[in-house]
Design a binder for this molecule. Structure first.
Ligand SMILES: [Ca+2]
Ligand SMILES: [Ca+2]
Length: 202
């Protein structure tokens, strides 16, 4: 009887774990030491008068021990980026899984948690495709506290204001996606936090 019971529990555990495998895929929780520079973990910077600072925050967090906190001042004509992933200008910005190991057809978009302050700032969430083409999804900070933001692949558009020199510019979202980046858009000044970036299962 005891053996049957144990077997039953084992079966339930198996069922639960196979369900778990069909869930969303965590690709970044910002749990590493967050730093810039060549040996850093975050590729961030700004130009044309805009300014950005990036630090870890252990108080305002959604999951794990910390979130990524972005302190920004985006001026007219300026730009900034805060990127994580592969093929960037820093050496240690990797996600928790490499893009080639992800079964992309199983997912329909990215999601992340954003801590808003109802500042009305528009924030771009960009992804770089396999041909180095930059695709954009725009969110507005029109809520307070943590909120899950879902960005379906089909709602991204190819950036028309800027593309990397080595971009294929074929207007096709080519997988695997290699990196993502956040950019508070001008004109705006404030603080925003992000945490728990996932791929959303179809
Ligand atoms: Ca975290
Ligand atoms: Ca492309």
């Amino acid at each position: 009887m005891k053996n049957i019971y144990a077997g039953f529990i084992f079966l339930i555990t198996l069922t639960i774990s196979s369900f778990a495998q069909a869930e969303d895929l965590l690709i970044d929780d910002f749990e590493v030491l967050l730093s810039g520079g060549k040996e850093g973990t975050v590729d961030f910077g700004s130009g044309n008068g805009s300014r950005v600072q990036v630090v870890a925050d252990r108080e305002v967090k959604y999951s794990g021990e910390q979130s990524i906190k972005i302190i920004y001042e985006a001026v007219a004509g300026g730009y900034m980026w805060v990127a994580r992933g592969f093929g960037l200008d820093v050496n240690n910005s990797s996600w928790l899984i490499t893009p080639e190991k992800i079964d992309w057809p199983n997912y329909y978009g990215f999601s992340f948690y954003m801590y808003g302050s109802n500042s009305k700032t528009k924030i771009a969430f960009d992804i770089k495709d396999d041909g180095n083409e930059m695709w954009r999804f725009i969110i507005e900070d029109n809520f307070k506290g943590w909120k899950r933001i879902i960005c379906p692949f089909k709602e991204f558009f190819a950036r028309f204001d800027w593309q990397p020199d080595n971009s294929d510019r074929n207007l096709n979202l080519d997988f695997p996606i290699k990196s993502f980046q956040f950019e508070p858009l001008p004109e705006a000044k404030g603080i925003v936090y992000f945490d728990k970036v996932e791929l959303v299962r179809k």
